[in-house]
Design a protein around this ligand. Structure first.
Ligand SMILES: NC(=O)c1ccc[n+]([C@@H]2O[C@H](COP(=O)([O-])OP(=O)(O)OC[C@H]3O[C@@H](n4cnc5c(N)ncnc54)[C@H](OP(=O)(O)O)[C@@H]3O)[C@@H](O)[C@H]2O)c1
Length: 293
C-alpha cells in the first residue's frame, strides 16, 4: 500500500529507499539549493543528483541548510567516467562536493557499451566503494539486462537498483520484469517524460476523473507498480503538488489504459547503446515530422 511520502522500498542489501524523491538534472545554482530545501520542508527525504549535473555542491548546500539531519535523507549520486581509478576518484570528489561522508546510493550513470565491457571495471570499483562504506548501496542506470547479466556471470555483487527512463511513452516492461525477477529495484528517471506528458489528452481525461493533475496521475501509476520516482522541479508549488499522490488509488482499468500508451519512445535521453548526437538527430527529425516530443 502506498500511503505517504515516508514510504520506502527495501533494496536487496536491506537498505531502505524512499519511493518518492526529487531529481535535479538541468537545475543550477540557487535554484538547486532552494529546490532541495523546499522539497525537504515539504516532506521529501530523497534527492537524486549526479556529478555530471554539475550541481552536487548546491545539493550539498541545500542539505546543510535544510534543518533535517543528513542521516534522515537518502542521497543518490552517479559516476559518469569509466574506469576503476576514475570511479574511486569521482566518488571522493562527489563526497567533498556534497559535504558528506557517504551517499545512500551510488550508480553507474551510463554503461558506455561503445567502450566494450569497461563497466565491469567500474563495477569492481563500486564494490570497493560499498565495502568502504562510502555508499550504503550500489546500482546502475541505463543498464539493459544483458549488461547486468555480465555482472552476474562475473560473480559480482548484484546491483540494488536500475534507474531507467520510464513514463507512459517508454515503459520497458521486459526490463521491469527482469529487475523484479532478480530482486533489483526499478527506478524511473524522467518519470514525467521530462515534461512531454503534459499535453496529453488521454492523461488529461484520466486526471479529471480523479480531480488530480497529469503529474500526480502518472507518478501514482508508476508508484502503484512498485517503481521509485524522482520527478524534477525547481518550482516550489510543483515540488509540493507533485507529492500530492497519496490520497487516491488509480483503478486497474485506468492503470491499464496508461500501460497501453507505451510507444517505446525515449524522450529525454539516448538509448544506452546509442550515441547522444544520434539520439538528438532522431528526436529532431521526429519533431520536424510533427511529433510533440
Ligand atoms: N540516470 C540518468 O541517466 C538520468 C537521466 C535523466 C534524469 N535522471 C534523474 O531523473 C530526474 C527526473 O527526470 P527529468 O528531470 O529528466 O524529468 P521529469 O522529472 O520527468 O520532468 C521534469 C520537467 O517537468 C517539469 N515539471 C515538473 N513537475 C511539473 C508539474 N507538476 N507540472 C508541469 N511541469 C512540471 C519541470 O520543470 P520545472 O523544474 O520548471 O518545474 C521539468 O521541466 C532528473 O532530474 C534526474 O535526477 C537520471
Amino acid at each position: 500500500m502506498i500511503k505517504s511520502i515516508n514510504d520506502v522500498v527495501k533494496l536487496n542489501n536491506g537498505i531502505l529507499m524512499p519511493q518518492f524523491g526529487l531529481g535535479v538534472w538541468k537545475a543550477e545554482g540557487q535554484d538547486v539549493v532552494n529546490a532541495v530545501k523546499w522539497a525537504i520542508e515539504a516532506g521529501y527525504r530523497h534527492i537524486d543528483t549526479a556529478a555530471v549535473y554539475g550541481n552536487e555542491k548546491e545539493v550539498g548546500q541545500g542539505l546543510k541548510e535544510c534543518g533535517v539531519s543528513r542521516h534522515d535523507i537518502f542521497v543518490t549520486s552517479k559516476v559518469f567516467k569509466m574506469g576503476y581509478r576514475e570511479t574511486l576518484d569521482m566518488m571522493d570528489q562527489t563526497l567533498i562536493d556534497l559535504q558528506t561522508d557517504y551517499v545512500d546510493l551510488y550508480l553507474i550513470h551510463w554503461p558506455h557499451p561503445e567502450l566494450g565491457e569497461v563497466y565491469l571495471d567500474v563495477w569492481a570499483a563500486m564494490e570497493r566503494i560499498l565495502k568502504e562504506g562510502k555508499a550504503r548501496a550500489i546500482g546502475v542506470a541505463n543498464f539493459y539486462s544483458e549488461y547486468i547479466e555480465r555482472i552476474k556471470e562475473e560473480g559480482m555483487t548484484l546491483p540494488a537498483v536500475d534507474q531507467f527512463e520510464c513514463h507512459p511513452y517508454y515503459q520497458m516492461p521486459e526490463l521491469q520484469q527482469y529487475c523484479k525477477d532478480n530482486g533489483i529495484q526499478y527506478e524511473a528517471y524522467s518519470p514525467l517524460g521530462g515534461g512531454a506528458i503534459f499535453g496529453d489528452e488521454k492523461l488529461k481525461a484520466i486526471a479529471e476523473k480523479y480531480n488530480k493533475d497529469i503529474a500526480q496521475i502518472v507518478l501514482r501509476w508508476e508508484m502503484q507498480k512498485g517503481i521509485v520516482v524522482i520527478p524534477k522541479s525547481v518550482k516550489q508549488h510543483r515540488i509540493v503538488s507533485n507529492m500530492n499522490v497519496f490520497d487516491f488509488e488509480l483503478s486497474e482499468e485506468d492503470s491499464k489504459a496508461i500501460d497501453a500508451m507505451d510507444i517505446n519512445t525515449k524522450v529525454t535521453c539516448a538509448r544506452p547503446d546509442q550515441l547522444w548526437p544520434d539520439f538528438l538527430k532522431e528526436k529532431e527529425e521526429r519533431m520536424a515530422n510533427g511529433a510533440r516530443f
